[in-house]
Design a protein around this ligand. Sequence first.
Ligand code: PEP
Length: 250
Amino acid sequence: MSKQREIIVAGNWKQNGSLALVQEMQQGLINEAIAGVTVVVCPPSPYFASFNATQLQAFSLGAQDVSLFTGGAHTGEVSGDMLAEFGCRYVIVGHSERRNTHAETNEVVAKKTKVALSAGLTPIICFGESEQVRDDGHLFEFLKQQLEAIIVENSVESLAQCVLAYEPIWAIGTGRTATPAQAQEVHAFVRALVAGYDAQVAENVSILYGGSVKPDNAKSLFDQPDIDGGLIGGASLSLQDFVAISRAAI
Ligand code: PEP
């Protein structure tokens, strides 16, 4: 693959995993020494300390969420500075599961992007439509609203420090992957939208695809000209599958 942009494969463990998986994944990724793709592992936050984060070369650590607040009386929240202190370099913001079950609006996601950036973390900003939105013919208008909320709150230049992740909700955890053509259509739309603000930022920003990526469909997705890697849920819990998907991005 001859893309100039950074190619990234990030694994979102969600509320899954164990200390045994931490050990297996850490040692396995070190042994595999995958080059040419940035591999990111996003476990639940209690596991950060069990990764030897400061020694990591083979992969980076990411969080699945960040608090809107920098500290204080916010029970259950984890700040961007805490994530950075535990070796995280990335943080997922705006995952559809948080938009749906934690009522995170476009504005909240835009503010979390700002919080992540000010803690020195790279936000992996998720966006994507439901099946209903797509069927009703509102796909591009819907995505535009999600993305413009980020740009308005943070400025287009800040996207140079961000990663975008297109995740159609109907493809997440369903086994129903977007076709390479469907995904490419959206990725090209997103890049053109950003280019309307700043062509250089659009050219450089990595746009990942997420939604039932597996070893057998990863390459056909990652071969698309505007797909710069993937955000992987279920398959990131298997070392073998995660390695195969990461290698498919090279
Ligand atoms: C996700 O939750 O970000 C995701 C892409 O999940 P899955 O790969 O399981 O569809």
